[in-house]
Design a protein around this ligand. Structure first.
Ligand code: NAP
Length: 250
């Protein structure tokens, strides 16, 4: 059995369901200690029961103070953080002309501010110890905004890509042992669609939606080594390049 996470402490936001829960289980099965972060106490308790050696911290990741609290509490409990995954996020189903200012604010808060707060909480600690892995979960829609009614979500996930790549540049010289990864899932069979603002297509009903267990395995395989753009589907990078070529008529 793969035990590549033995002794690693991994903080995962949005670990109470879907991709975060699957990734938590995968990492725990490989010997890691997971700090599960989310708001729903019942679901956090359920996932923790499936992740030996793990613990949870109830927090709203759109609140900077609470995210800082997660970092401090994880360090108090385990004495170290090796990997931090900003995975929590939320979708929306609203056509462009129907988008309200509040809708856009909500997408930025849930998908962008949450990621920024996570980065600002853990990177100073990685600076102090000189190593660590930071992963931000974007979406294929952050590279290819090809889904109607998802413009605000796609824009937010594109912002995650930009912030992640910029952070990599800002730290690559001073902190070569800090690895910064962007994760690009395509459609994944979770409650994501059902949880989207304004409702939406159930992600489990999307043809060829990727199984969540497989997604958890692919992310666990790629957090510590391999390309810094981590596509959960093998054709992800090719699809992104194909999209750009098509628009540029190359
Ligand atoms: N499923 C897909 O098709 C797909 C595709 C591309 C990218 N993604 C991205 O993958 C990530 C995980 O999505 P998923 O499919 O696993 O969706 P999901 O099943 O709806 O899970 C979302 C998770 O985020 C947490 N969360 C949301 N807002 C939060 C907040 N303010 N504070 C703390 N936790 C919060 C939820 O926990 P609580 O409710 O307990 O707070 C839940 O654990 C998201 O960033 C999503 O955008 C998903």
């Amino acid at each position: 059995m793969n035990q590549d996470y033995i002794g690693k402490v991994v903080v995962i936001t949005g670990a109470s369901s879907g991709i975060g829960a699957a990734l938590s289980q995968e990492i725990a099965s490989r010997g890691g200690f997971v700090v599960l972060v989310g708001r729903n106490l019942d679901r956090l308790t359920e996932v923790m029961a499936l992740c030996p050696g793990s613990t949870f911290i109830q927090a709203d990741v759109t609140d900077k103070g609470q995210v800082e609290g997660v970092c401090a509490e994880a360090l108090a409990r385990y004495g170290q953080i090796d990997i931090w995954v900003n995975n929590a996020g939320r979708g929306i189903s609203r056509n462009l002309l129907d988008l309200s200012e509040e809708d856009l604010d909500e997408m930025i808060k849930d998908n962008v501010k949450s990621v920024l707060f996570g980065m600002q909480a853990v990177l100073p600690y990685f600076q102090e110890v000189g190593h660590g892995v930071l992963a931000n979960v974007s979406s294929m829609l952050g590279r290819i905004p090809a889904a109607p009614a998802r413009s605000a979500y796609s824009a937010a996930k594109a912002a995650v890509v930009s912030m992640t790549e910029t952070a990599r540049m800002e730290f690559e010289k001073s902190l070569p042992q800090v690895r910064i990864v962007t994760v690009f899932p395509g459609a994944v069979a979770t409650d994501f669609g059902n949880n989207s603002l304004g409702g939406g297509v159930d992600s489990r009903a999307i043809p060829n939606a990727q199984g969540v267990t497989e997604v958890g395995q692919v992310i666990a395989d790629g957090l510590m080594a391999g390309p810094v753009d981590l596509y959960t589907r093998s054709h992800g990078a090719e699809a992104a390049i194909g999209h750009m070529k098509k628009l540029a008529d190359i």
